[in-house]
Design a protein around this ligand. Structure first.
Ligand SMILES: [Zn+2]
Length: 601
């Protein structure tokens, strides 16, 4: 057993004091801190927040040598216990690292606990101490001999589990409910006094019940305790999934308050986030990509399948709000519409496949810059549209082995495998659920002779490894949802993203192949005037824009004035279109029936 101890050392300096005890260490014992946290695909080099390490056996100090940015080696003598201690600076307000101030503390194991090389599979005990008066510990980490404050010993079966159980410290709002035999705690830090916790609990419970039933029917899920940790801030959004908990951030204005109606859009977004992270309890934490089994904590772990683990989860998060009637069909279609337009406005979708975008998540999606829209596509949004495409395609097929096919059945078939999966497994599951797909779906005619799993593999390859356009207009229309093309806003038609700044609208991004690119607009340019008319904000563009006329565009770049020319004739950017979806007013009987089955409306 490896023993870790973490103490609140100095709330004003944001310091945790951590120590590690290793019985019978190796002669040259290596220890290391992860460089990333599973679920967030960026090398974050958590070791940069550590103080110099100290090591001793009994009273004897032991020499430490640092091997690389996150690994140390300690020369030990004999088998007496090795103790290592260090401080961790914790002032990261996100869900991905560690935080400590006078009001609350939070940490992920990946930011604070060392991995003892060769001993990763041993049980890992954790003692949490030094808590300010009144503070309590909240975590799904099993308690070995907990006291009321939770400062007793916690026990993880191995390092992976230790790394996967975040801990919240402080005096947050706390509520709980039991659902299908599982104790669900909800911890909310930073909420206003009139926060309506009962509403949040009741709505969350509906989501949990529906998702447990989705994966397990009437049976119990493979965990007995789950903790939602929500940190409420003035302005923020985000979440990170774990096998028995999730850490969330939301904006204060999005919380339900007693005696007021819940903020419609913001609260729906929060419920969508809760639904998303809870769905990950299965999809990615247990149903895992092969590439993550096991995790390598020292470097990037590449997978081409984030479109499945993040994209399909994104499809199901809002689906569960719909299925539990937390939103109606019109709202659901509006959310879908937003996703569709986000993908539409991304020129990168025409050059980067979802597989490539997944593989490059570490260097592209997680390191966004002004060129990101041209240099990748979001595996969240486009992955959700692939899930939608497959779901609607499956729903058009006849019943197979007594069950009408849909994506639910595919997810459930994958779950039944009980092991890490790859693309081939998804194709197999599709074939199992639906049999032979129409040849045209794979984009060529020569596959009718292929076995069902091969035919599905080709279809899947087309949606995820090429940039082929998804056939969503036809699929949505056959499910009673009307698709209308319309022009985007003027900056969008030009192919620029503008942000209103003090001097006027400023160019934030220029879309690849757009008119704006041809006219010579660059990121950072301030748009000053169109012909002789002053532009004060992005909306002024529409005021002074003359369709069919050549116009001068006066800009400021690095303190110099330049005049660019918008010609009389130009073609709007490909990313300058947008779509309006509507639940069709009078669909055919077949469409209405399909829509009823899909949207319940
Ligand atoms: Zn996710």
């Amino acid at each position: 057993m490896i023993q870790h101890r973490i103490e609140v050392a100095n709330v004003h300096a944001h310091l945790f004091k951590v120590s590690l005890r290793i019985e019978a260490p190796a002669a040259n014992q290596r220890i290391s801190l992860p460089v990333w946290i599973p679920g967030s695909y960026l090398v974050r080099e958590f070791a940069r927040h550590l103080s110099p390490l100290q090591a001793r056996q009994g009273k004897q100090e032991r020499p430490l040598s640092q091997i690389d940015k996150c690994t140390w080696e300690i020369a030990c003598s004999g088998k007496s216990a090795l103790e290592v201690s260090y401080e961790v600076y914790a002032f990261d307000t996100s869900v991905r690292a560690a935080f400590l101030d006078s009001r609350r503390g939070f940490f992920n194991g990946t930011s604070v606990f060392m991995r003892v090389e060769g001993r990763e599979h041993e049980p890992q005990a954790v003692r949490i101490g030094g808590l300010p008066k009144g503070w309590r510990v909240f975590t799904a980490l099993p308690s070995a001999q907990g006291d009321a404050q939770g400062t007793g010993e916690h026990l993880a079966p191995d390092y992976d589990a230790l790394a996967d159980h975040p801990v919240e410290l402080g005096t947050p709002w706390h509520g709980e409910f039991t659902c299908k035999g599982v104790r669900h705690e909800f911890v909310v830090a930073g909420a206003p006094e009139d926060f309506d916790g009962d509403k949040l609990l009741a709505d969350t419970r509906k989501i949990c019940e529906a998702q447990i039933a989705f994966w397990h029917g009437k049976r119990k899920p493979p965990f007995a305790h789950y903790v939602f940790m929500l940190n409420v801030v003035e302005d923020g959004y985000g979440g990170l999934e774990h096998r028995q908990s999730t850490a969330l951030i939301c904006s204060r204005k999005d919380l339900p308050r007693r005696g007021r109606s819940a903020p419609k859009e913001g609260y729906t977004t929060l419920l969508g986030l809760i639904s998303h992270e809870y769905f990950h309890t299965w999809n990615v934490k247990r149903l895992r990509p092969r590439a993550f089994a096991p995790y390598d904590y020292q470097r990037e772990n590449h997978t081409r399948m984030l479109w499945f683990f993040e994209g399909f989860t994104s499809y199901y998060d809002d689906q569960f709000l719909l299925r539990t009637r937390l939103i109606d069909a019109d709202t659901y279609v509006k959310l879908l519409n937003k996703t569709l337009n986000q993908v539409q406005a991304t020129p990168g979708r025409q050059r980067y496949s979802l597989g490539q975008a997944s593989f490059d998540a570490w260097t592209r999606y997680y390191r966004p810059d002004e060129n990101t829209a041209n240099a990748t596509v979001s595996y969240y949004t486009k992955g959700a549209l692939v899930a939608l495409t497959l779901d609607l395609q499956l729903r058009q097929l006849p019943a197979h082995e007594g069950r009408p096919p849909d994506l639910d059945a595919v997810m459930q078939a994958l779950w039944q495998l009980g092991r890490p999966i790859d693309e081939g497994d998804v194709a197999q599951a599709l074939a199992l659920v639906a049999g032979q797909p129409p040849a045209a779906w794979a984009g060529d005619d020569g596959i009718s002779a292929a076995r069902p799993a091969e035919a599905w593999a080709r279809t899947l390859h087309r949606w995820t490894e090429t940039c082929a356009e998804l056939p969503l207009e036809a699929l949505l229309s056959s499910h009673g949802v009307q698709w209308l093309d319309k022009d985007g806003s003027l900056p969008q038609q030009w192919g620029v993203k503008l942000q209103d700044a003090a001097g006027g609208p400023k160019v934030q991004a220029v879309m690849r192949g757009s008119p704006a690119e041809q006219w010579g607009l660059s990121v950072g340019d301030e748009l000053l005037a169109l012909d002789t008319w002053r532009l004060r904000k992005a909306d002024d563009l529409a005021t002074w824009h003359q369709a069919g006329a050549a116009q001068d565009v006066l800009i400021c770049r690095d303190q110099r004035l330049l005049t660019l020319r918008k010609p009389a004739q130009w073609t709007a950017a490909e990313a300058g279109r947008s779509v309006v979806l509507n639940v069709a007013a009078s669909p055919s009987a077949a469409m209405a029936q399909r829509r009823q089955r899909w949207l319940g409306a």
